[in-house]
Design a protein around this ligand. Structure first.
Ligand code: 4NP
Length: 157
């Protein structure tokens, strides 16, 4: 099993969106028995909360389910449990490295560095623009899967 963890500040807007989109993508590609996906927050603000209404509504427009998803905080032990630990913006990456006590491990990366954008995913909690975030999440998730297929040849069989 290859384990992917998306991380943002609150775990109610961007990282649950990436989790749900990526899960949908691997289901469509029939890779669910080989890839597992979760999400977490660097903060403790929304532990146990469902995703933000804006995230739920945007995903529902594309028939992507958020059922059963609840916020949780990143733990030091997650470093061993996951193969790809992906922050949605540069401050998430800084905080992830601190919490995991891993100053420069390559399995910690910024989401859109996997695309040509090489920028932070805008936080719709502040921008209110869940469509802009969704469009970037789609791109990033596809880029991540492409990278995983390059690094794990068994996914392409
Ligand atoms: P997220 O957005 O990190 O994409 O989940 C936020 C969610 C909640 C808060 C800030 C950002 N907050 O201040 O509660």
């Amino acid at each position: 099993m290859i384990d992917v963890l998306f991380v943002c500040l609150g775990n109610i807007c961007r990282s649950p969106m990436a989790e749900a989109v990526f899960r949908n993508l691997i289901e469509k590609e029939k890779l669910s028995d080989q890839i597992k996906v979760e999400s977490a927050a660097t903060s403790a603000w929304h532990i146990g909360d469902p995703p933000h209404r804006g995230t739920i509504t945007k995903l529902a427009e594309y028939n992507i389910s958020t059922e059963g998803m609840t916020g949780r905080q990143l733990q030091k032990e997650d470093f061993q449990k996951f193969d790809y630990i992906i922050g949605m913006d540069h401050s998430n990456v800084t905080n992830i490295r601190q919490i995991l006590e891993q100053p420069d491990h390559p399995k910690v990366m910024r989401f859109l560095d996997l695309t040509e954008h090489e920028k932070d995913v805008p936080d719709p909690y502040y921008t209110g623009d869940f469509q802009e975030t969704y469009d970037l999440v789609i791109e990033g998730c596809q880029a991540l899967l492409d990278k995983m297929k390059r690094e794990h040849k068994e996914l392409s069989r």
